[in-house]
Design a protein around this ligand. Sequence first.
Ligand code: GDP
Length: 197
Amino acid sequence: MKIKSAEFVMSNSEVAKCPKNNLPEYAFIGRSNVGKSSLINMLMQRKSLAKTSGRPGKTQLINHFLINGNWFLVDLPGYGYARVSKKAKKTFQKFITNYFEKREQLVLAFVLIDCRHEPQPIDLEFMQYLDEQQIPFHIAFTKADKLKPNALQRNIEAYEQKLLETWEEMPLYFVTSSSHDTGRDEMLAYINTINEQ
Ligand code: GDP
């Protein structure tokens, strides 16, 4: 898919205020610092469409970008647990779960995982949550340039093993590097195929 236009449309914290039209949308989510803004900018070939972070505690917003006038890329903030204090029960932030549970235009989510790290409980729990909600998701491994090919392969296999403890199949995944444009063609071609179905 050629990116002819990529425009910021709106930021808000409530799913009810997200764009009203019925364009298909694809959500990008992961832990803070996973490389989400860099990946979005790389996919769109824009320097600063999504704001790269380095600012912990930056406002938590749902950001809609209109791509080629016919689909939305949604940049969600880094997820974390919202602790319900007395019961010490861990849940994801409410506006994130609201988004996933209420946004009918959502086609699928890309869960971003830093390829350098071992499977982290919060990422696994988030994927489990998406699965329970029957929300399709794929994995985008980020920062692939930071590992040698063998180490990258080993880490992905370790991830696969971990996920296979829960699922029968490894979710579809993409290997990306924002500094080398790795995975760009594959991710955009995939989105294009789904949009054309
Ligand atoms: P976000 O918080 O998930 O939006 O993460 P950012 O996109 O702001 O990236 C966090 C840090 O990782 C920044 O210092 C980026 O320069 C760096 N980074 C992101 N993607 C890559 C990548 O593909 N390769 C390398 N080497 N560094 C990356």
